[in-house]
Design a protein around this ligand. Sequence first.
Ligand SMILES: [Zn+2]
Length: 473
Amino acid sequence: MSRASRLLAATVVAALALGLLPASATGSLSRDDARPGAVGIGDPYWPLDGNGGIDVRHYDIADRYDFTTGRLSGTTTVTLQATADLSTFSLDLLLPVTAVTVDGVPATFAKPVAHELRVTPATPLVRGSVVDVAVTYAGDPGGLSYAGERSWVVGAGEVVTMNEPHMAPWWFAANDHPSDKATFDVTVTGPATHQVVSNGRLLGRMVAGAEATTHWRSVHPMTTYNAFFALGRYDVEQSTRGGLPSYIAVSRSLPSSQRRAGMVGLRRSDEVTAWLTGRLGRYPFESTGGLVTSLTVGFALETQTRPVYPGTPDVSLLVHELSHQWFGDSVSVQRWRDIWLNEGFASFMEAAYAEHHGGTSAQQWLRDTRNDLVGERRFWRVDLTDPGAAHVFDNAVYTRGAMALQALRHRIGDLRFWRLLRTWTRDHRYGNGSTRSFLALAERVAGRRLDRFFRVWLRAPRPPAPTRANGLR
Ligand SMILES: [Zn+2]
C-alpha cells in the first residue's frame, strides 16, 4: 500500500465514523468537485514562484551530470500533501520533462510556460492526501533562464548549483518558494574522479565503472533555494566539535596557494559557529562546514549547513553566511519582501562579531555609517518592509537593516535585545517569519511600543534624526 492510500484510508475511516465526510471525499472525488491548483503561491515579487494547493513534505532528488555534453538528467520524487481537492497541480521546473507519475501511476503533463510543469493525475487528489509525484527530466541547464536569471554555473571540471532567489528549477522539480520548506535527499551521479558535496550529512558513495553516485540527506526542513550540490574535485576535511560534525571542501581546480588559503579560511567555520551559538541559541542543523568553489560566481551563499564561497572567505564573510543558518535557513522569509530579516540580520552579526573581537563598537559603526550615507538619497528611499523584486539585494537591505538592529539594541538595551534574537530564532525554528511578526515580538520583549522607531528605520525615505528615540544617542 502506498503512503498516500495508507494516510487517506486512516483519515477516511476516522472521519466516516464521526459522520464528517460528504460522499465525494470517500475516494470517488469527481473531476467536477476538484479544481486546478494555482500556478503561483501568491508572492507578488515573482507570481509564478511556488504553486497553489500543495504542501511539499520531502524531495528525493536523483540527478546525473555529464561534463562532456553539459546535460543534466534525473528524477525528483516529490512527496506532497494536497491542501485542496485538485484536478491538476503545478510544480516549478525549467528542464524538459519526459515522464510524470503520481503514486506510480502515469499522469498527463504539460509545460504551458517554461517555468511551470502542469500535472494532471489519473484520479483527482483529495484534500489532505499525501502522494509521491515522480518527475523525470533531461536537458542542458546552461541554456535556461527565468525572471532574467541564468543561474547555472559550470566550469571545465566543476558545477555548483547556487543562487538566490531562484536555483531549484534548473536541477529539480520544486514548489519553489521559501514558505514551503521540506526535508531532502540529494543523490548525484558524476565522474568517479570527482566528489559530490551537498547539504546535511553524507550517507554514502558508490562507484560503478567510471561513475560514482553520492547520497546526502537533510533531516531538517530546508527552503528550495538553500538546497545545492557541487560536483568537482575537492580537498576535503571532516571533524567534529562539540558533537557537531563539520565537512569542509576546497576545489582542486584552484592554484595550490589558493587551495591552502581556502582550507585555512574554512577551518574557522567551527569557531564562528560556536560563537554564533553563544549569541543566538542552539545551532539549528545536524552538521556544518563550507565549500570554496573555483567557479566565478561573484557572491557567497548560505546553502543550508554548508555555505559556498567564491574563494577564501575572511572571518566576516564566515560570520555573515553562518549567521544565515539561523536567519534565512532555519527562520526563513514568509514572502520575499521580508528579505531584510535575512540580510540585515546577517550583516548586523558581522558588526557584533567585530565589536566582540576587539574591533569598532557596533554603536560607533552605526554612527559612522549613518554619517557616511546621510546624503545618499537612493539608499534611504528603499522601503525595507517592501523593497520590490528588483531591490531585494540592494545595499540598503543589508546595511540599513543592520543599522536598524544596532539602533534597536542601543534603544532597548543589550539584555532585551539578545533575548529578542534568541526568542525569534527559537519560536520560528524550521519555519518562517515576517517583518510584522518580528516587530510584534520586539515590542513584546521590549515592553513598549516601537512603531515609530521601526517606521523611521525601515520605511521613512530619509536618514533617521540623531536622537535617543532613534537609538543614535
Ligand atoms: Zn547574506
